[in-house]
Design a protein around this ligand. Structure first.
Ligand SMILES: *Cc1c(COP(=O)(O)O)cnc(C)c1O
Length: 370
């Protein structure tokens, strides 16, 4: 599904030097590269503040902690995403309220948003799934009218541009009150281990987030808040500084692979290739096709036999996961997410796919349908 080693080989010297520099300095925690990475990342994102942390799940947790919510407060998100969001909402003692997604984009269906809002609702966590943005104007409109916070889970769309109707653009993750991301190795900007970051344009939130990720410490050994220990280590920051310089190029390579897939697969009637949203560029964290339910599993099996990896993101929507049965949802409550869990299939998508590999993969898909 990914080729992290191949990607490393192309930037090996730069990465190795960066790692050696950190070892030589021995400033393994909160070293200079962390601060420089935060500045460079903020500049890339066009965000006033970027706060590095331990991973994308912690980023979500810290974002929610920063909002000062009370037990029983409700946070709206979607059931068709990675587990992190509802996990941290529950850990903090809040309640997840789930809103189904759109079949075309896999993203939160903003037409269903407002009916989910009540007097206990305090925040919305839209997830920019697979590499393109949720309709943020619709989200911000509902949030403004009901005085809700918006935390963008941008783990899968770092660097995607939100396209406003007037022609202006803004990076995904910088439109709501706080944005979060993950540097898990297979993410578009992946570290050599765990990592994450938060974004905000609000100075006081920026200061609070910076304290929260480091035990709630405002200055050395003075603790103004209850925080967590969630720091990006210097080695990861040094590696990410190198890779950030290649991020736009990585996006182009993914988009090129996606275009190849589109051309080869869009003529197959049983395949729905990824639909491009009108309000976002697509940076293809995943290239996810939709195939009729029974056929999907047969196709996956067929590809596996031909040594082509293919993955199902996500096989069980979150409202049907046992750990969250207390939310009280049942099969049938989120029909689009449930259907998608039976029809989606993600094909190999990374920066190192060459034409020969793409031809082999698409050839095997075509052979299956012939
Ligand atoms: C990867 C991911 C996360 C969690 O990031 P980690 O760094 O693995 O904790 C959260 N949300 C989404 C949508 C993700 O894809």
């Amino acid at each position: 599904m990914v080729d992290l080693h191949g990607q490393y080989l192309k930037i090996k010297d730069e990465v190795n030097q960066a790692i050696q520099r950190v070892i030589d300095s021995s400033a393994f925690i909160r070293g200079g590269d962390v601060h420089q990475f935060q500045e460079e990342l903020a500049a890339y994102m066009g965000s006033k503040h970027a706060v590095a942390c331990g991973n994308g799940t912690d980023a979500l947790q810290v974002a929610i902690m920063a909002l000062g919510l009370q037990p029983g407060d409700e946070v709206i998100t979607t059931p068709f995403t990675f587990i992190s969001t509802i996990e941290v909402i529950k850990l903090i003692g809040l309640k997840s309220v789930l809103v189904d997604v759109e079949q075309e984009t896999f993203n939160l269906d903003t037409d269903l948003l407002e009916v989910a809002v009540n007097h206990r609702t305090k925040a919305i966590v839209p997830v920019h799934l697979f590499g393109q943005c949720v309709n943020m104007e619709a989200i911000m409109d509902v949030a403004t009218r009901h005085s809700l916070f918006v935390i963008e889970d941008n783990a899968q769309a770092i660097g995607a541009d939100y396209l406003f109707p007037g022609g202006s653009t803004q990076k995904a993750g910088t439109i709501g009150h706080i944005g979060t991301t993950s540097f898990f190795p297979s993410k578009n900007l992946g570290a050599f281990g765990d990592g994450g970051a938060l974004f905000t344009n609000d100075d006081s939130l920026g200061e609070l987030l910076r304290a929260l990720v480091n035990h709630g410490m405002s200055r050395r050994y003075y603790y103004d808040y209850v925080g967590v220990n969630s720091r990006l280590d210097t080695m990861q920051a040094a590696i990410l500084r190198v890779k950030l310089r290649y991020l736009d190029e990585y996006h182009r390579l993914r988009q090129k692979a996606a275009a190849f897939y589109d051309t080869a697969l869009s003529t197959i009637t049983d395949i729905q290739v990824p639909v491009r949203s009108p309000f976002s560029t697509h940076i293809f964290h995943q290239y996810t096709i939709q195939v009729p339910p029974g056929t999907r599993d047969e196709l996956k099996q067929w590809l596996q036999e031909k040594q082509v990896p293919a993955m199902i993101y996500y096989p069980v929507p979150l409202h049907l996961q046992r750990a969250f049965s207390d939310l009280g949802y049942r099969k049938g409550d989120m029909p689009v997410s449930e259907k998608l869990s039976e029809t989606v299939l993600s094909l190999p998508m990374h920066t190192e796919l060459d034409e020969e590999q793409l031809e082999y993969i698409t050839g095997q898909v075509q052979a299956f349908f012939n």
